[in-house]
Design a protein around this ligand. Structure first.
Ligand code: FNR
Length: 355
């Protein structure tokens, strides 16, 4: 397949907008944030509040991006953030995303609201590590049904997203009267309601609104797998989640698509990492568009860094190859940043003190 030429990640947005010009609603849904998009903008700007002091004379002649999560070997600390409805971006949907992420030696996570079934996503890259992201339903039979499928498909962890008990108020979706034009096979497998032709608020209506700490243990018991709790912004919630059994903390504000007016995700990362104190792995996302951002997140306590929209943009522009190209571009920038900063390994980066 053809590579998509990437100069930087930020410029992909306009290319995708042009490419999807007949599908204004789909592009708006992918790009958009909630309300004034203040938090969304802060997410990327916040990285500028911290600086990397370059160390020279360190004899660093290349950077090694390889790392590990538990016993999973990864070629990069950059992973894919779970996101809904990849069929909006590309006909092959999550099948191509999973292939593209696998080719980069990273982790693909299937969303509950994927355009592809859990099984087909897993079969697309059978040897690569995958996670399953759960939007908990009010109906535990449905939760159990989905989790059983994910376990059978061989996923290595469940991501329990807790910041989306309803959908954020996304004005672009209102203006475009956006409704999902495609079915969601993971919903369809359980009931007649496959989500097709529904708006985001209707989709979330089936989700459990009042998620409580004991739900973490419930999902652990149902799955027998490690559970990441995704959508943590407060150190108190990180502590609470670990107390109630979380095997990983996923620091995220959903890319500024949920609560507007909250802090940039990067701004809350150091305090959360301090509370977690290496008891469990920390994944960070929201606003990452540069290898330099990845570096700063790792230096601020993240073990892995996830990207959402950039992956979907890569998928839209170039299918599986486009997804690989996005990760490899970020790898290239990260590699340059590491060498110029005087750090050879991901472990070295984690020990850097930012200014
Ligand atoms: C998301 N995100 C998301 N998260 C989740 O847990 N389940 C989901 O189904 C979705 N769906 C979704 C759709 C789209 C179009 C986007 C852009 C995002 C949030 C995602 O996992 C991640 O937190 C953000 O995308 C990170 O921010 P950036 O990298 O997009 O700035």
């Amino acid at each position: 397949e053809k590579h998509i030429d990437i100069v930087n990640i930020a410029s992909l947005e306009q290319r995708v907008k042009d490419h999807m010009s007949n599908e204004k609603g789909a592009f708006g849904y992918i790009r958009g944030g909630s309300e004034d998009e203040w938090t969304m903008k802060q997410n990327t700007e916040a990285f500028n509040k911290k600086r990397i002091m370059p160390r020279v004379l360190q004899g660093i002649d290349h950077a090694d991006l390889s790392t590990k999560l538990w016993d999973i070997d990864l070629k990069t600390p950059i992973i894919e953030a779970p996101s809904a409805a990849h069929g909006l971006a590309h006909a092959k949907g999550e099948v191509d995303t999973a292939k593209g992420v696998a080719a980069a030696g990273s982790i693909f996570s299937m969303s509950t609201y994927g355009s592809t079934s859990i099984e087909d996503g897993a079969a697309a890259a059978p040897d690569a590590p995958q996670f399953f992201q759960l939007y908990m339903s009010k109906d535990d039979k449905f939760n159990e049904f989905l989790i059983k499928k994910a376990v059978k498909a061989g996923v290595k962890a469940i991501i329990l997203t807790v910041d989306s008990t309803l959908g954020g108020y996304r004005e672009e979706d209102v203006i475009n009267k956006f409704q999902f034009p495609l079915p969601m096979p993971n919903l369809a497998a359980f009931s007649d309601d496959d989500g097709e032709g529904k708006g985001i608020s209707e989709i979330y209506a089936a989700a459990k609104q009042g998620i409580v700490p004991s739900d973490i243990q419930k999902i652990k018991d149902m799955s027998g797998l490690p559970v990441f709790v995704k959508g943590i912004q407060s150190p108190d919630d990180a502590e609470l989640a670990i107390e109630f059994g979380a095997d990983g903390i996923w620091v995220s504000n959903h890319g500024g698509r949920q609560l507007d007016g909250g802090p940039a995700s990067f701004d809350v990362l150091p305090a959360i990492a301090q509370v977690v104190d290496k008891r469990v792995p920390v994944v960070f996302d929201s606003g990452v568009r540069r290898g330099e951002h990845v570096f700063k997140a790792l230096a601020s306590g993240a073990d892995l860094v996830a990207v959402g929209r950039p992956i979907i943009y890569g998928l839209n522009l170039g299918g599986a190859q486009g997804v690989t190209d996005v990760i490899e571009h970020l790898n290239k920038e990260l590699s340059i940043t590491m060498q110029l900063a005087g750090t050879k390994t991901i472990h070295d980066v984690k020990n850097v003190d930012l200014l």
